[in-house]
Design a protein around this ligand. Structure first.
Ligand SMILES: Cc1c2[nH]c(c1CCC(=O)O)Cc1[nH]c(c(CCC(=O)O)c1C)Cc1[nH]c(c(CCC(=O)O)c1C)Cc1[nH]c(c(C)c1CCC(=O)O)C2
Length: 347
């Protein structure tokens, strides 16, 4: 962007402005609910091959922008490329989700954050290609997983319903687990800085399982690592804009916002509107928080959901989004309906 180009809408909100019509994007906006994604995905072979092919990753990042003109494009990748780049091999099993090599807790000290950028070169190449291909007004968001959420997969070797294996390790093997989190903090800082230098305009850190921790755990393994990531990234990229998404953090949100220094916080749909407006939005921009189920059901349930979110947050800095990722079974027509309603266009 040249110096005299207008500031992008999403960036204005991250800087604390309130816009008449909120900027809009969706978590997991490039994905299986889109026929064009399924087509590119089939060509790629494995899911990680899609993530590591700059051409294909660029193509799927742009697909939802072409269709819906969202204000934000999110880099197409996955939070599990970090363990993969650290040498803990990751596979995605069709219909079952991710599988990781077992982790050896006696060797966590050997995990080397310095090697991740070598392996993630194709992702950084995708970032600069995407930035070049995007319309000037679209914000490019980079991302990574938060250390705690990435650790839940590294420890269990797969997704689990209650993050039991990681919670058990955090309490029972605290020393080794703390080293693992420290290594992930270092790797995340390097990776986010590299994305910002390659052309990302802002970054989001996904802590999808923050809500599984008790207060001590939340402070030690969700909040403090995020504070260090924000500080570490801004040391190298002064003024870097960073969005935190600590899903399930709920009543911890005001503390999280104060302690971490994020520019905005993503809210899931369990956060009450009044609480978020009074305790969170006075300090930082809010992003969220439509229940993705409303996109599946559509009709009146969707319209009411959109209206409630708009009504709740439009008086302050606000980015319209879902409370978590869109699911593969969401009809594209319902996304169109949501987009038109947020923009105040006739349905
Ligand atoms: C926990 C987590 C993961 N990945 C991610 C998270 C944090 C956010 C969240 O909680 O949703 C983040 C993620 N994953 C993906 C993106 C791409 C950008 C976007 O459009 O938002 C982002 C930001 C693509 C993806 N990541 C994955 C897919 C589907 C795989 C495919 O297309 O074959 C996509 C589009 C795979 C994935 N990746 C992960 C799982 C558990 C799975 C399997 C479950 C599933 O299939 O949905 C780990």
């Amino acid at each position: 962007m040249t110096d005299n180009a207008p500031k992008r809408r999403l960036i204005r909100v991250l800087d604390g402005e309130r816009l008449e019509r909120p900027p809009l994007w969706m978590m997991r906006q490039a994905g299986r609910y889109l026929p064009e994604y399924r087509e590119t995905r089939a060509k790629a072979g494995s899911f990680l091959n899609l993530c590591y092919s700059p051409d294909l990753a660029t193509e799927v990042t742009l697909q939802p922008i072409r269709r819906f003109g969202f204000d934000g494009a999110i880099l197409f990748s996955d939070i599990l490329v970090i363990p993969d780049a650290l040498g803990q091999r990751v596979r995605f099993v069709e219909g079952e989700g991710p599988r990781l090599d077992p982790i050896d807790f006696d060797k966590v000290e050997d995990l080397d954050p310095e090697i991740v950028l070598g392996k993630l070169e194709p992702v950084l190449e995708a970032v600069s290609r995407i930035r070049q291909a995007l319309p000037g007004e679209t914000t490019l968001l980079g991302f990574c997983g938060a250390p705690w959420t990435v650790a839940t997969y590294m420890v269990a070797g797969r997704g689990t319903p209650d993050q039991g294996p990681a919670r058990r390790a955090a309490l029972g093997q605290r020393k080794a687990f703390t080293i693992l989190i420290d290594r992930l903090v270092e790797a995340s800082i390097r990776y986010l800085v590299a994305q910002l230098r390659a052309g990302a305009d802002a970054v989001q850190v996904f802590d999808s399982w923050a809500g599984a921790l008790d207060e001590e755990g939340f402070r030690a393994f969700a909040m403090e690592p995020m504070r260090r990531i924000v500080e570490g990234v801004r040391q190298q990229v002064p003024g870097a804009r960073i969005i935190g998404f600590p899903k399930g953090a709920n009543a911890f949100l005001p503390l999280y916002v104060r302690e971490t220094g994020v520019n905005a916080v993503g809210l899931d749909w369990s956060v009450p509107f009044d609480f978020a407006r009074n305790e969170v939005q006075k300090a930082v921009a809010i992003q969220g928080n439509l229940d993705p189920m409303r996109l599946i059901v559509g009709g009146d349930a969707l319209d009411r959901g959109v209206d409630m979110v708009l009504e709740a947050f439009s008086d302050g800095p606000f980015i319209f989004n879902l409370g978590h990722g869109i699911t593969p079974d969401a009809p594209v027509e319902n996304v169109e309906r949501m987009v038109r309603r947020v923009r105040g266009e006739p349905v």
